[in-house]
Design a binder for this molecule. Structure first.
Ligand code: ADP
Ligand code: MG
Length: 886
């Protein structure tokens, strides 16, 4: 498809020091040879024939190869029909090849999904190749060269800022980072007040007010190649010029130009409202400004007009001759677009920022050594900032952005890496264990707790579990505290690995703590431990907010004298006046973060145990590195064998009955079902059906003959326990719940998960919820009920129908909703990234992370990098400030 895009600025090498590309020419490609008339016809036929096929393939791919059903025929039928009848103008060999493709689709409906995918992929490649071979004929003649004026920041606001165009001696009053905006030439008291509304107070703020987008006027095209909906610049001759007052609105003056180049004609209109524009004098002057025969450059958004593409209110400049340089700083360029505020025009903001740019070099805020910059192939920071605000071309802009993104990631990674060094500088008990190294075959360490634990388990650990356990054991055997994060998809068996690690610590004579985010989960862990630990003669107890004072006292005593070897509890456990005799390992389950605060709390108790965190949700690597760059990562990337994949369906709210029917069928087979809702109590504003109300409805009417339980966060901990226990034992067959069941609840007999108002949840969270079923051998179902009709919501939810891979889903969530949403509101600690995108800048992040490690390896104190130390200090202050505000 790129072939018919007009060629444009093709990334000429820049002089990295000047930041300008004076007289840079936009060159066109060599025009391809003329195509014969027959080829032209074949090409046209092929295009109109292939487009619907390509579209159908795309749709079918999007839907996950389900053999889509159209109004009259299925996807496969449609393909067979079209492929059997290829365009007559194609060569015979091509036609035969297409018919061959068609025959392969005849039994598509009966094929396995994987085979279907292969067929569709092969067809798409074939079609693509075919269209390329019959490539569109010559593109329109290359546009002429446009000579841009040298970039002069002070004039970047464009020619319309009239009064400010008088040359100013820039040197008279230097602008410093801390200069209040009101004192900057060209920014008056009122503009300064409006900038303050955007949070911009001093020069530095304004320099870091990054464009949120760019208008691409650098795309210089011929009129026949204009594409409606895109921005472009044309150079053309004025063929007709007409200025008049609108017949419908006496206040509205219209300038109508007809422009022409060698490929065609177009309309360009400008509209001016106000009495002074409708005077005959002004109208005459307009006509004289753009006389017939003049060459103009026009930049704007291309619209679809009644007679082809047109411009409305474009930027216009008359060129003295076709090759004359432009005065405008916007026509033919990438023009930054900023977030604005009321009463502040784009022009004024661009002008204000342009005032600063010549001063940036003096600000001396370069954190990187020049040698490092060169080595990384990145421009200096001041230059990058200038380029971001006034890009000479796309390539320079790309590099400038990369530099600033790199800085953001580098500072973040440095801060995290230093935190890791600090933690590692402590000492922790070295907990060596049974053949902690390779393989740990049957014989090794026989009789150890861990070996006996393995024998107790009704299953063998998966390879991934073994690998991660070995990584953990290697860490624990060192005299520095471990700080490791285990990521694993729902149901990958993290808990068993955690218990194994705890047993290693206990065997070495230490105590262990297992912390969960909710009481429900802590209680479940305690129950699980109760199944195994007594047989290993390991003592274990549970401490939560619900533990009575009577039980609490002896428990704390046993903990302090070392009688109690494993304590299970909620995260709040750390806040309690809990005293361990010799704490060796803390496992934090189902949480993204074991925050600095919590670690400090441990340290304050004189404890330096090994730390193991296990995440609730798989998160994309970029997010993991940004959030946990201070931890070592392990992944359990394999599910235990024998799981049947969960079948996920998407229903509209009118189709609820289908979900209830499915529940009936499953319960009749002895299975159980969850029904999950987003809110506890009625909120009229959101019109959500609350769990309480839904429970009443389901228990009283829909499933009057079944036992329906209710679980939500407002229940007392005893009632929660009771509800879970009743569901786990089969006393209740349906459990209506809020997202309390999200994390970790494990009832293997549950085979249906119905999620109401699914569009209110993040994908990662839905995936996590879905993981509550499919834990036993029975085939399981997840039904998402979508209450809004929004197409975007549907599209998002369909990702879940298609994929069972937690990482893929989290990646999609990151792309669609951003990092804050992926983590959910409970999780914070996200870095402040102004420019960097965790979805798109993964490669820069990796580079920055590697660089951070190298820098610290060579110079742990960073004393040789004063610029970096200063920037890190700034960052720390900003974090403190924002923590104070939140
Ligand atoms: P999660 O990673 O979501 O915390 P769990 O640790 O709760 O997963 O494990 C899910 C289920 O899989 C549990 O019932 C557990 O006993 C079981 N399980 C764990 N490891 C294995 C294994 N290697 N083979 C078979 N089942 C396993
Ligand atoms: Mg778990």
């Amino acid at each position: 498809m790129d072939a018919d895009r007009p060629p444009h600025s093709n990334g000429q090498p820049l002089n990295p020091d000047s930041g300008t590309v004076a007289g840079q020419a936009v060159t066109g490609q060599v025009v391809a040879g003329q195509a014969g008339a027959g080829a032209l016809e074949a090409q046209r036929q092929l295009q109109s024939w292939a487009a619907p096929l390509q579209q159908a393939c795309q749709l079918e791919t999007d839907k996950g190869f389900i053999d889509l059903r159209g109004r009259r025929e299925t996807f496969a039928q449609f393909l067979c029909r079209c492929l059997n009848d290829p365009p007559s103008a194609l060569p015979a060999t091509d036609r035969e090849a297409l018919r061959g493709q068609g025959r392969r689709f005849s039994d598509y409906a009966d094929l396995a999904p994987d085979r279907r995918r292969q067929l569709v992929v092969a067809l798409r490649q074939e079609l693509h190749g075919l269209c390329r071979r019959h490539r569109p004929p010559a593109p329109p003649p290359a546009p002429p060269r446009l000579r841009l004026a040298p970039l002069d920041p002070a004039e970047a606001a464009g020619p319309r800022t009239g009064a400010q165009r008088t040359p100013k001696p820039a040197a008279t009053r230097p602008i410093d980072p801390e200069t209040p905006l009101g004192q900057i030439p060209g920014i008056g008291v009122r503009t300064a007040a409006r900038l303050a509304a955007l949070g911009l107070l001093v020069a530095r703020d304004l320099a870091h007010h990054y464009p949120r987008d760019y208008l691409d006027y650098a795309e210089l095209v011929r009129i026949s190649a204009l594409v409606p909906g895109r921005t472009a610049t044309v150079v053309a001759t004025v063929r007709r010029s007409h200025a008049f007052v609108s017949p419908r609105n006496p206040q509205l003056a219209i300038l109508d130009l007809q422009l022409q180049d060698i490929t065609g004609r177009m309309q360009a209109s400008r509209f001016s409202i106000g009495r002074r524009f409708t005077s005959p004098n002004w109208l005459q002057a307009q006509k004289r400004l753009y006389p017939v025969g003049a060459t103009v450059a026009a930049s704007g958004l291309v619209r679809e007009g009644p007679a082809g593409p047109c411009f409305r209110d474009p930027l216009l400049e008359v060129l003295e001759s076709p090759g004359a340089p432009l005065r405008s700083q916007q026509i033919g360029r990438l023009v930054p677009v900023y977030a604005l505020t009321e009463g502040l025009s784009a022009e004024r903001l661009r002008g204000a920022i342009a005032e600063l740019l010549p001063h940036l070099e003096r600000w001396n805020d370069e954190p990187l050594e020049p040698g490092l910059c060169r080595q990384l192939g990145l421009p200096g920071r001041a230059q990058a900032l200038r380029t971001l605000h006034l890009p000479p071309d796309r390539e320079a802009l790309r590099l400038a952005r990369r530099r600033l993104v790199f800085d953001e990631f580098l500072l973040l990674q440095l801060a995290l890496a230093r935190r890791r060094l600090q933690w590692r500088a402590q000492t922790a008990p070295a907990l060596a264990s049974e053949g902690s190294g390779e393989g740990s075959g049957e014989g090794s360490g026989e009789g150890t707790l861990l070996a006996r634990f393995r024998q107790l388990l009704p299953f063998a650990l998966t390879e991934a579990q073994e690998r991660v356990l070995a990584e953990i054991q290697a860490d624990m055997a060192r005299p520095q505290p471990m700080a490791r994060l285990v990521q694993g998809d729902v149901g990958s068996g993290k808990t068993v690995v955690a218990l194994a690690a705890l047993l290693v610590a206990i065997e070495a004579g230490c105590q262990g703590a297992l912390l969960a985010p909710t009481e429900v989960l802590a209680e479940q862990h305690a129950r699980r431990c109760g199944d195994w630990l007594p047989q290993l003669h390991v003592s274990c107890d549970l401490l939560t907010g619900a533990t009575s004072q009577r039980r609490r006292r002896p428990l704390l005593q046993d903990l302090a004298n070392g009688q109690l070897q494993l304590l299970v509890g909620t995260h709040a456990l750390l806040e309690d006046p809990v005293c361990f005799q010799r704490l060796g390992l803390v496992v934090v389950d189902e949480q993204h973060r074991f925050g600095v605060q919590q670690r400090n709390r441990l340290l304050a108790k004189g404890l330096q145990p090994h730390l193991l965190t296990m995440t609730a949700t798989p998160i994309p690597r970029t997010l993991a590195l940004s959030l946990h760059g201070d931890l070592d990562l392990s992944q359990i990337d394999e599910l235990p064998p024998g799981r049947t994949p969960i079948r996920t369906t998407l229903l509209r709210s009118g189709q609820r009955d289908q979900a209830w029917e499915l529940i009936r069928q499953e319960v009749a087979k002895g299975q159980r079902a969850y029904v999950v809702l987003p809110l506890v109590e009625d909120s009229e504003k959101l019109e959500l059906r609350s769990a309480v109300e839904e429970h009443r409805h389901l228990a009283g009417e829909v499933f009057a003959d079944l036992a329906v339980g209710l679980l939500h966060g407002r229940l007392s901990s005893e009632d929660k326990q009771r509800a879970i226990r009743a569901f786990a034992s089969g006393e209740t067959q349906v459990l209506v719940s809020t997202t309390v069941v999200e994390v970790g609840v494990d009832v293997p007999e549950a085979s249906v998960m119905v999620i109401d108002h699914a569009e209110r949840f993040g994908l990662a969270q839905l995936h996590q919820l879905r993981g509550r079923v499919g834990r036993g051998a029975a085939a399981s179902h997840c039904v998402l009920i979508q209450s809004s009709d929004a197409a975007t919501a549907r599209q998002r939810l369909e990702v879940l129908v298609r994929s069972n891979d937690g990482f893929e889903i989290a990646d999609m969530d990151l792309r669609l909703r951003g990092p804050g949403q992926v983590l959910g509101t409970r999780q914070s600690g996200l870095p402040d990234l102004a420019l960097a995108s965790l979805a798109d800048d993964g490669d820069v992040l990796e580079e920055a992370r590697a660089c951070a490690r190298e820098l610290l390896d060579a110079d742990p104190s960073l004393r040789g990098h004063p610029g970096l130390l200063r920037a890190l200090e700034d960052q720390r202050r900003r974090w403190l400030d924002s923590a104070r505000l939140n």
